[in-house]
Design a protein around this ligand. Structure first.
Ligand code: SF4
Length: 349
């Protein structure tokens, strides 16, 4: 494992990539992504990015530029900025003749989903220009950051973008110790919420991603969390449980162990058993929906495809309806009846 006190190595990213089509429309997030850097200072233990082609296909460049020997293990210790990206994007959009708008992605541009676009001042400068450019070209933009407090430095740009921009943050839990174990270098949940509240006060649309909620969270924890999230008046609250498949899950368990979060370790390990995972995941999805509805929050669930295969037929219909439904945000088109979510099936005793 990399040394936590080791400096983050930085350089310029030689990539020509500006705007890429994205598969995140499957989650109703966006049709395109713009990434302001390669690498991310936060180094979250569950992060899928180091296993994507953007990182895996570029080992020589990462070795040459920032001395990376193991792109996965050293994740969080290298960042290559895409300086001047806003200007290149402007030129690109001037010449772009077609625009992809899927029903789920709505032609929205996500900034950034493979790094945190406000992880530091330099990334923030690039992001400012990118958001300015997208708004100038009237492109709907979804900014995702765990550091919305830093993003407040660009509040003028967000205000100017008006309906074209929304800013959100991942708030998996309000338990800062557990979140700190899994996302060791990212700002605490309270900090994220405080930033989003400020954006809301300035009339900027916000969203929250409860992704993923941990198996240590009880129904009452989720209620408190949703009550707190309501404070930033989000246009949508996305939710998904943790998925124990894949290597990142082992790294998450190890991170919790290293941080001495024993209860979290025990509960995470239980999820390796499929029945336990199905029970926890469906319970959390139901609870978030139920509590969110009670609180009048615009919830949007992200049930996993695999999960749907292992629940009752009735429950599968309910979960699938969330996968087919549009996000309830203002800019999203409202298509009936696919936008309608049936009530959760009533359980018999
Ligand atoms: S902030 Fe996002 S991109 Fe950065 S390490 Fe965490 S999950 Fe990955």
């Amino acid at each position: 494992m990399s040394n936590p006190h080791e400096e983050v190595r930085t350089s310029e990213d030689p990539t020509k990539a500006i705007l890429s089509e994205s598969g995140l429309n499957s989650k109703h997030l966006c049709d395109y992504v713009v990434n302001v850097a390669t690498g991310c200072r936060h180094g979250c233990k569950f992060c899928y990015v180091p296993s994507t082609p953007n990182i895996r296909a570029r080992p020589d460049m990462l070795k040459n530029k920032v001395g990376v020997n193991n792109t996965q293990k050293e994740w969080g210790k290298y960042v290559l900025y895409r300086t001047g990206l806003g200007d290149r994007l402007d030129e690109h959009l001037e010449n772009k003749r077609t625009w992809r708008e899927t029903r789920r992605g709505q032609g929205v541009v996500g900034v950034s989903f493979s790094t945190d676009c406000y992880m530091d001042g330099k990334a923030g400068e690039i992001t400012r220009n990118v958001v300015e450019t997208l708004s100038k070209h009237e492109k709907y933009t979804r900014v995702l950051t765990r550091n919305p407090i830093l993003a407040l430095q660009d509040i003028d740009v967000f205000e100017e973008a008006g309906e074209y921009v929304t800013i959100g943050s991942s708030i998996p839990s309000m338990k800062s110790d557990e979140v700190g174990a899994i996302e060791p270098n990212a700002p605490a949940p309270e900090h994220r919420l405080r930033g989003l509240k400020e954006f809301d006060k300035h009339g900027v649309q916000t969203f929250v991603s409860m992704s993923p909620t941990y198996p240590t969270q009880s129904k009452s924890d989720l209620r408190s969390q949703l009550e707190r999230i309501a404070e930033c008046n989000p246009a949508v609250v996305f939710h998904e449980p943790i998925n124990p498949r894949g290597g990142n899950f082992e790294m998450t368990v190890q991170a919790a162990r290293d941080a001495g979060e024993d209860e979290l370790v025990t509960e995470l390990k239980r999820l390796s058993d499929r029945d336990n995972w199905v029970e926890y995941a469906t319970k959390h999805l139901r609870w978030v929906h139920e509590i969110g509805t009670e609180l009048g929050l615009p919830i949007h669930l992200w049930p996993d495809k695999q999960l749907i295969k292992h629940v009752s037929e009735e429950e599968a219909v309910w979960l699938q309806s969330w996968r087919d439904r549009q996000s309830p945000e203002e800019f999203a088109e409202r298509e009936m009846p696919s936008n309608t979510v049936p009530s959760y099936p009533v359980e018999s005793d």
